[in-house]
Write a protein that binds this ligand. Structure first.
Ligand SMILES: [Zn+2]
Length: 126
């Protein structure tokens, strides 16, 4: 697989850890970058909002034109854009994963939690 897709926070601290994790996990050469401030909050709580429409439009390009078949959506500790507690962010993350799985059934969609030491954890979502 050449392309994969990261729906990440815009926080500069979490960019490289997520890129490195995705390269290893998916063997992707290029990671398309879709960033917002705390993207799991609108994906979970405002799925009809313009920001979600923008995220999905970019994800359509990544899965369509670039043929990405692996999408990661990211939440992280100390998120300024989504200052909700970790347990709330993890619930939002799970809902975001489910929304993306519905929208992109051909892709593998994973939820990632980046902890306060910038370690990346894949969060199981049923
Ligand atoms: Zn953040």
């Amino acid at each position: 697989m050449s392309f994969a897709t990261a729906i990440n926070c815009m926080d500069g601290r979490v960019q490289r850890p997520v890129l490195d994790w995705m390269e290893q996990r998916f063997g992707a050469r290029w990671i398309d970058a879709i960033t917002e401030a705390g993207p799991v909050r609108p994906l979970a709580d405002e799925p009809e909002s313009p920001v979600v429409a923008s995220i999905l439009a970019r994800c359509d390009v990544s899965t369509g034109r670039h043929g990405s078949r692996a999408i990661a959506v990211v939440a992280h500790a100390d998120c300024a854009g989504n200052p909700a507690p970790e347990e709330v962010q993890r619930e939002q993350l799970a809902r975001a994963v489910r929304l993306l799985r519905d929208r992109y059934p051909v892709a593998t969609v994973v939820g990632l939690w980046v902890d306060e030491k910038f370690r990346v954890h894949e969060v199981p979502v049923a």
